[in-house]
Design a protein around this ligand. Structure first.
Ligand SMILES: *Cc1c(COP(=O)(O)O)cnc(C)c1O
Length: 444
């Protein structure tokens, strides 16, 4: 079914909404409004449709109707362009843990993006693609000694630390390391806080600098992570300012001038213009261009979230009343929507296929409220994953135009960050989810 048959000609803005891409990030909208972005939706839809039309849930083998992703590699390229438009001075090191999809990693590598790895396996995965170890930062401040030796053997030099014990391990197993001191940040407004676990408090910086000096280690810079899903970016400003203080303190210890500032991750497309503006201001104030300091970052979700669309099959339904039902689908919090628990995400369900028709372009097929923008949604649903755990709930309350039945399909846009990377096979639901790749940048 084409878009005109659905009867919905999308304005460029609703096309932006359709992927959940930013409506605030002005530079992204300007690009998004251009034809390739509209076309991206046609191609995402075509991929979803082709796959679903090939599945008949009444006769298929077990698992043929499993949930699957469509990954638009072209979106990764657009995000990369957008990154340099907003943050031209900042070299990204993609946080592999966010989504280690091999095609995404390859595209990022070919675009010149470097990598933030946090374990031996992540380092191995990136090295196996032929990426130079210089392009990797081992950004985990608390590493197993055996992993430090692995990094040493493979010439991965850049690494972070935030405590004295780590410095002693590094002295013993990888004394050539190029070290970045990770400082704690004020992440009180972030949804995913990290400074409760990592980062040196500013009062303890001097003791670490002294230890670096005593052990004759090679300190090259400072790193931080303001947490993810922050609602206010003053934490970013404060962290850059604190980093500057550490740069100054290092001079007092007669350490060689620091050369790298690592501004971490937590960037999100929908607030990227705002966070970038704050970051540019802070950099101009404390690390102006020409100051001899290289600025790097460790974005994860920014590069993965909007590139993936998840489609899941309605496998069961419990009708509670004519207008109320519990829907059970074949993906959930133990599978690709673990981000609900681990990453505080709230995936948006939309009707994809119902009553022999596709509804991809009807981005208002569902709503979090019964009445929204003059549309009434007659069906109240809760949506559940396939495991037997009561925790496996995707949404407790949602409203739908359509009265979905087993065999129908739901899709979730923007589900590339912290999804497949942490899915488990709990309860016998295997996690080798299919990914259909498209590239909406390279096609004519
Ligand atoms: C997880 C993590 C990131 C990526 O965070 P996002 O919110 O996905 O950008 C970057 N750096 C470190 C050290 C991390 O732990």
């Amino acid at each position: 079914m084409s878009r005109t048959e659905v009867g919905l000609k999308l304005s460029p803005l609703s096309a932006v909404e359709a992927t959940g891409a930013s409506i605030h990030s002005s530079s992204y909208i300007r690009r998004a409004a251009e034809p390739p972005y509209e076309q991206a939706h046609d191609e995402i839809f075509a991929a979803l449709k082709q796959r679903i039309e090939a599945i008949n849930h009444e006769v298929c083998d077990p698992g043929e109707e499993n949930s699957f992703f469509v990954c638009d590699i072209g979106e990764v390229q657009r995000l990369h362009n957008n990154w340099y438009k907003e943050l031209p001075r900042v070299q990204p090191f993609y946080a592999v843990k966010c989504n280690p999809d091999p095609k995404v990693l390859r595209m990022l590598a070919s675009l010149g993006v470097n990598f933030d790895c946090a374990s031996k396996s992540e380092i191995e995965r990136v090295l196996q693609m032929g990426v130079d170890p210089e392009r990797i930062i081992y950004a985990n401040p608390c590493k197993a000694s055996s992993f430090i030796r692995y990094a040493a053997r493979n010439n991965v030099l850049k690494s972070t630390f935030d405590n004295i014990e780590e410095l002693h391990k590094i002295k013993k197993f990888h004394p050539e390391s190029q070290l970045l001191l990770r400082i704690a940040t004020d992440d009180s407004t972030a949804q995913c806080r990290l400074s409760t676990k990592y980062g040196c408090e500013m009062e303890k910086v001097e003791s670490l600098l002294k230890c670096v000096k005593d052990l004759k280690l090679n300190l090259v810079g400072v790193s931080f992570h303001v947490g993810s899903g922050a609602s206010d970016f003053t934490s970013l400003y404060k962290a850059v300012r604190d980093s500057f203080v550490v740069f100054e303190k290092a001079k007092n210890f007669d350490l060689p001038a620091l050369k790298i500032l690592d501004v971490g991750g937590g960037f999100q497309l929908d607030s990227f213009a705002d966070s970038s503006a704050v970051l540019r201001g802070a950099l101009d104030e404390f690390f102006p261009s020409g100051c001899g300091v290289d600025i790097i970052a460790e974005p994860g979700r920014y590069f993965a979230a909007t590139a993936f669309t998840l489609a899941a099959n309605v496998i069961a339904k419990r009708k509670l009343s004519p207008n109320e039902a519990m829907l059970y689908i074949n993906d959930g919090v133990y599978g690709n929507m673990n981000c609900i628990l681990f990453d505080h995400q709230e995936p948006t369900p939309r009707t994809l296929f119902h009553d022999s028709e596709f509804h991809y372009y009807d981005i208002k097929s569902t709503s979090s409220q019964k009445i929204q923008q003059n549309t009434t949604y007659p069906q109240k649903v809760s949506i559940w994953g396939p495991t037997c755990d009561g925790l496996d709930c995707i949404t407790k309350e949602h409203y739908m135009k359509h009265d979905l039945v087993p065999g129908d399909w739901i899709y979730f846009p923007c589900l590339g960050a912290y999804t497949a990377s942490a899915a488990t096979p709990f309860n016998g639901f295997e996690q080798n989810v299919d990914v259909l790749y498209i590239n909406t940048m390279s096609s004519p």
